[in-house]
Design a protein around this ligand. Structure first.
Ligand code: NI
Length: 183
C-alpha cells in the first residue's frame, strides 16, 4: 500500500503540460497506476491525474460510483478506468454547468461548464487503443482529469466566480452538488 502526496494548487507541476507515455506496458507505468488508484481511493476522489501526484505523464484514473452517475444514464456507474495518453473530441456543442471540486484544491468547489458529449481515445496498460463515447457526469469527470494533463485546474474555467468558494461555506444544495466531482 503506497499513498502518494497530492500536489495542491500553486505547485508548478499542476501548471505544466504532461508528456505522452512512450510505452504503456512499462512496469514503471503499472506501478504508478497502482499507487495512483490507492491514493485516489484513500482520498475518496472520483479521479486522479498523474501530475497531481508529481508525475508529469499523461495518465488518468477515475471511477464513477453508481449514485454519482446522471439519471439519464440510469444510475450506471463506471468501473475503475485507466486512461493512458487520452485524447478528447467534442461530439457536439452541447454544454452544461456543474459544480466541481478537486483533490488539488482541497475544501473548495465551483461551477464549471463542460461538454456533454465527448469521444475519448486512449491506450490501455496493454497498449491497446480504445475509443468510447462518454456523456454527462462521466464526460465531466474525464474533461476535468484530462485538463490536469494540460496544466489546467478547474478554477480557471469558472465563469461566475461569485459561486466559487469553500464547500463548508456554500449553501447546502450547492455543497451537495459540489460532491459531484472530486478529482
Ligand atoms: Ni482535479
Amino acid at each position: 500500500m503506497a499513498i502518494l502526496k497530492i500536489a495542491r494548487m500553486g505547485h508548478p507541476i499542476l501548471r505544466a503540460r504532461a508528456v505522452e507515455v512512450p510505452d504503456p506496458t512499462a512496469p514503471d507505468v503499472a506501478r504508478l497506476v497502482s499507487t495512483m488508484v490507492e491514493t485516489m481511493e484513500d482520498a475518496d476522489g472520483t479521479g486522479l491525474a498523474a501530475p497531481q501526484v508529481h508525475m508529469p505523464w499523461r495518465i488518468v484514473v477515475y471511477k464513477v460510483e453508481d449514485d454519482r452517475a446522471d439519471e439519464e444514464e440510469e444510475g450506471e456507474g463506471v468501473p475503475l478506468t485507466v486512461l493512458v495518453n487520452p485524447v478528447i473530441e467534442f461530439l457536439d456543442e452541447e454544454t452544461s454547468i456543474g459544480f466541481e471540486a478537486c483533490l488539488s484544491v482541497p475544501g473548495m468547489a465551483g461551477p464549471v461548464r463542460r461538454h456533454e458529449n465527448i469521444r475519448v481515445t486512449y491506450q490501455t496498460l496493454e497498449n491497446e487503443e480504445i475509443t468510447f463515447d462518454a456523456h454527462g457526469f462521466h464526460a465531466r469527470v474525464i474533461q476535468h482529469e484530462c485538463d490536469h494533463l494540460d496544466g489546467i485546474l478547474y478554477p480557471s474555467r469558472i465563469e461566475d466566480m461569485s459561486q466559487f468558494g469553500f464547500v463548508e461555506e456554500l449553501g447546502r444544495a450547492q455543497a451537495g452538488a459540489a460532491d459531484d466531482e472530486d478529482g
